[in-house]
Design a binder for this molecule. Structure first.
Ligand code: IVH
Length: 673
């Protein structure tokens, strides 16, 4: 009996590890989340019942272990060195000249890799099992963060002993633990809501998450790891950096896709420019490019200095942080009336863009950093995110102006300002405050709402100021005559706008709910509520308790939604919209019956990201309409559905002459919208 159970546990672990790898590293799952979860539940059940069967590389370990009192430290078997910096292409060329001279060769081959801005960590595997993880620390000694590292889904807990790949008896893998920009923003938004201090940047968020004594906290943080090197290893080998990445990939590690091998110096310099131009569009932060001599023997011949190897150099991009001074702290009013302090800055160039304002988030953050008019501050830009003040630099003097205080009345409409109980936010109490109306309008027409193109910040402001739009319902009663009399509105733009509004009337229910801009009700809550109730009427009549009963909806959202729909003003705006032909589409519970058998018994491959549903949801819908969803494209494939950034599967489909569908074509064929 015990033996059967043991075998079952082993099988579950193996399968869970494989499926986890497909999902987190390859981004190509072959089973549903529900199947994965039920396998995991079974394994947890077995390990609870038979604790002697638990092993250190069980996927159940990913949820975190008992909290520690402090971090132990450990010494790296080989020190983790740093890198020399090159701040210009010329300095990269100087590095190249030294390499040529030292090696006595003409045209050395390099690899060039993004320099990831996270936390350096070393993982140690013994006989294929992850036994220890240490932070870089001072290069010699670091902190032991094994329990925390085990919670990171893209890190293998054990190495596959695949055919052809010898299983190493010892392998130390080094890399960078990081948080991508979107997850960082999300984490900070949650912290802001909970009144916790904010992380200054993704690197700090990654470091803070990795240095949690309670690994259950780390498990909730969206950490990820790319590997870029090794420490001690036995039982495997490689002659070049390029081969090393090949081996690490086969062993299940995530290797950054932007690493390029076989580069001559001119390619390296081209790549420096290219990567710098891509920098802000990447999902994660990089602060430069690491150039390494590819050949391992050459690396050894070059050797190292005290703190850094001679065979590598870091080309650093210009900093995304600069200091400047605060001319004034102004206060903006958002769509829910929340007052946000904004620093108006002495304009400063940061990473090629002039920055003249930066968010200060809320009164508590201003107080925490103690920012006042005239202060010198460090300002950071990160991708397309609004620039923010990181901290004050320099000391306070007696002549400084007094501390910042939130105004007692709204700076836009002069109505009263209230601090919401248990929250950081101050709010303008006047729902018809022009600033609130304008921001609500902008939110209403945004991409995840009514998606009406052509109404930007300037037009929203005009529409509100000229009293053309008092509530969002007025949009649907707009006539061309109303628009052409606005300043700088041409005949053609007016036509286009009227057409865009017309087109937006038929709208998925969840987008309609999102567009209303109810407090605490973002995209995901709007989706859950729409799915639960199915129609607008039912949502409007739902009580707080009914809404709160939905899994994933908290009490704040439930109260806000119930309160929103019980307000007679809000109900009348909605009724007016419906009277003007706005038509929120009910959600049907089962997948909507396909309009025909377009996908029945067809082999379908999904690639790229879809905008109106996830790949997984799309896969489920397809399966419900009788399709077989597969991951690889072959001549047997009937359709490839290509979303954004489709990649190699699309190429392959074109090569093989497989029919390619856009997202719209797929949705309409499947009868979804
Ligand atoms: S190689 C001996 N490659 O940069 C080679 N380092 O200043 C040493 N880093 O703390 C490291 N991305 O955390 C290497 N692709 C990459 C890297 C990288 C980021 C960090 C690493 C280290 C620091 C070195």
């Amino acid at each position: 009996m015990e033996n059967d159970i043991k075998a079952e546990a082993e099988k579950l672990r193996k399968e869970l590890n494989e499926h986890g790898y497909r999902y987190h590293v390859l981004d190509d799952p072959v089973i549903s989340d529900a199947e994965y979860d039920s396998m995991m539940e079974r394994l947890i059940e077995i390990e609870n019942q038979y604790p002697e069967l638990a092993v250190p590389d069980s996927p159940t370990r990913r949820v975190g272990a008992r909290p520690l009192e402090f971090f132990e430290t450990a010494v790296h078997t080989i020190p983790m060195l740093g890198l020399d910096n090159a701040f210009s292409e010329q300095e990269v060329e100087q590095f190249h000249a030294r390499i040529k001279k030292n090696l006595g060769i003409n045209d050395p081959v390099y690899t060039a890799e993004p320099k990831l801005d996270g936390v350096a960590v070393e993982l140690r595997y013994e006989d294929g099992v992850l036994v220890r993880a240490i932070t870089r620390g001072d290069g010699t000694t670091g902190e032991v963060v094994t329990d925390n590292i085990r919670t990171i889904s893209s890190i293998p807990l054990s190495l596959p002993s695949a055919e052809g790949v010898p299983s190493p008896s010892i392998l130390e893998v080094r890399g960078e633990v990081m948080i991508n920009r979107k997850d960082f923003e999300h984490l900070n938004r949650e912290r802001l809501e909970r009144n916790e201090s904010l992380f200054a940047n993704p690197r700090n968020a990654a470091a803070g998450s990795l240095r949690q004594l309670d690994s259950k906290v780390t498990a909730k943080r969206p950490l990820d790891m790319f590997v870029y090197g090794t420490g001690t290893y036995r039982g495997i080998g490689f002659h070049s950096q390029k081969q090393m990445f090949g081996v690490l990939k086969t062993l299940g590690f995530r290797v950054n896709p932007l690493i390029k091998s076989d580069m001559r110096i001119s390619d390296v310099l081209d790549y420096c420019r290219k990567l710098e131009s891509m920098r802000e569009s990447l999902d994660y932060e990089i602060d430069g490019l690491v150039v390494k001599v590819d050949d391992v023997e050459m690396q050894q011949a070059l050797g190292e200095k005290i703190r850094s190897p001679r065979w590598a150099v870091a080309y650093k991009f210009p900093a995304m942080q600069e200091t400047t001074s605060v001319k004034e702290i102004s206060v903006q009013v958002g769509r829910t009336g929340v007052l946000t302090p904004v620093a108006l800055l002495e304009p400063v160039r940061i990473g090629g863009v002039t920055v003249s304002r930066a968010s200060l988030h809320n009164a508590d953050e201003v107080a925490r950093m103690d920012i006042r008019q005239g202060d010198k501050v460090l300002v950071m830009r990160a991708g397309d995110v609004i620039p923010k003040v990181v901290k004050r630099v320099g000391d306070r003097t007696a002549d400084d102006p007094p501390e910042f205080r939130m105004p007692a009345t709204c700076p836009v409409c002069s109505a009263g300002v209230r601090r919401i109980e248990n929250e950081v936010a101050y709010k303008c109490v006047n729902a018809s405050c022009p600033s609130q109306v304008k921001e609500r309008l902008k939110h209403f027409v945004s991409r995840n709402g009514f998606d009406i193109e052509g109404i930007g910040s300037r037009l929203s402001e005009q529409l509100v100021k000229e009293n053309v739009v008092r509530t969002v319902a007025d949009l649907f009663a707009l006539k061309k005559e109303d628009l052409v009399k606005l300043d700088r509105m041409g005949d053609k733009s007016a036509d286009n706008l009227i057409r865009a509004i017309e087109k937006s009337r038929k709208i998925p229910l969840k987008k309609f709910i999102f567009a209303l801009g109810i407090d605490y009700t973002g995209e995901s809550a709007s989706g859950l509520i729409s799915k639960e109730f199915g129609t607008l009427e039912r949502i409007m009549d739902a009580g707080k308790d009914e809404i709160e009963a939905i899994e994933g909806i908290g009490p704040k959202t439930a109260s806000a939604v119930a309160a929103f729909f019980s307000s007679p003003e809000n109900r009348s705006v909605i009724e007016k919209m419906l009277a003007c032909g706005v038509d929120p589409q009910p959600v049907t519970h089962d997948a909507p019956a396909p309009s025909n058998d377009a996908f029945k018994e067809k082999r379908v491959v999904l690639t790229g990201s879809l905008s109106s549903l996830s790949r997984k949801e799309a896969g489920e819908k397809l399966e419900l309409s009788g399709a077989k969803v597969t991951s690889g494209v072959s001549s047997a494939t009937d359709f490839v559905i290509a979303g954004e950034n489709p990649g190699s599967k699309l190429e392959k489909a074109k090569e093989l002459g497989v029919t390619v569908l856009t997202e719209e074509q797929f949705l309409s064929m499947a009868g979804i919208y």
